[in-house]
Design a protein around this ligand. Structure first.
Ligand code: ADE
Length: 247
């Protein structure tokens, strides 16, 4: 998968050199390219923003550098066009299902806005040539799209085949499609079996895989009920068994 990121802070993305994503990049599973928006400015101050029409606080990102940047980046692969992701608090909520869907795309471009956002004509113009999605990572406001892009790139790239050591772990994650749809994971334990007066639940030491699976599902249901009760209404009734209903 290829990912292009356009930003005024390319240095923000040095974490993508680390850990599993860094390894995936070095092994060629993931091709991440960073672009400084200011390379498409031509004035002495490399201006990327201006005051908003209609007045109000803050600054808005100018359309011209973004238009040129998106033209150049989206033309990098002949006969292909990327999917453009615009991180913004006003976008559609980002979910694990989106991460899975976007992991199936060959090429994504992230356009990181700052200040009060990017002039709205940029998204409308890009949509004439490529699919465009405005996405929010949560109901809070960040200083720009950079950290939201880091979050999405990590959630997407860990789903690419070969990026995680153990492919099974993805299927058991919170929100994973299938078994963990609309569920968060319950508690996890490792050695030692007793620590500071707390014992590991004996079922996990029993070697009975059926009982362990049942316990994990019960705990996931309990934790979801406690921390995310609104998700319980979205559980697929077809997938619930009698034991699920008792929890
Ligand atoms: N930019 C600023 N806040 C954001 C958010 N919550 N999600 C995505 N992009 C953002």
């Amino acid at each position: 998968m290829r990912i292009d990121i356009i930003t005024i802070f390319p240095d923000y993305f040095t974490p993508l050199e680390l850990s599993l994503i860094g390894k995936a990049r070095r092994s060629g599973l993931l091709d991440v390219r960073l672009h400084d928006l200011r390379s498409w400015t031509y004035d002495r101050h490399n201006t990327v923003d201006d005051s908003p029409y209609g007045g109000g606080p803050g600054m808005v990102m100018k359309p011209e550098p973004w238009g040129e940047a998106l033209d150049a980046v989206s033309a990098a692969v002949p006969a292909a066009s990327p999917r453009l992701i615009l991180p913004t608090p006003s976008g559609l909520p980002f979910t694990q299902a989106d991460a899975g869907r976007l992991a199936g795309e060959p090429w994504l471009v992230f356009a990181c806005g700052r200040y009060e956002g990017i002039d709205s004509r940029v998204a409308a113009d890009a949509a004439l040539r490529m699919p465009v999605e405005e996405i929010s990572i949560g109901d809070y406001v960040l200083n720009g799209g950079e950290s939201a892009t880091l979050v999405m790139v990590e959630a997407i790239s860990r789903l690419l085949p070969g990026v995680l050591g153990n492919a099974d772990s993805v299927a058991q994650d919170s929100f994973a499609p299938g078994l963990m749809d609309n569920l968060v994971e319950g508690p996890v334990y490792t050695k030692p079996p007793a620590w500071r007066g707390q014992e590991v639940p004996p079922v996990l030491l029993s070697g009975n895989h059926g009982a362990v699976d049942r316990w994990r599902r019960d705990e996931a249901l309990r934790k979801t009920a406690r921390n995310r009760p609104e998700l319980l209404d979205r559980l697929d009734p077809e997938r619930l068994d009698r034991r699920d209903r008792e929890v």
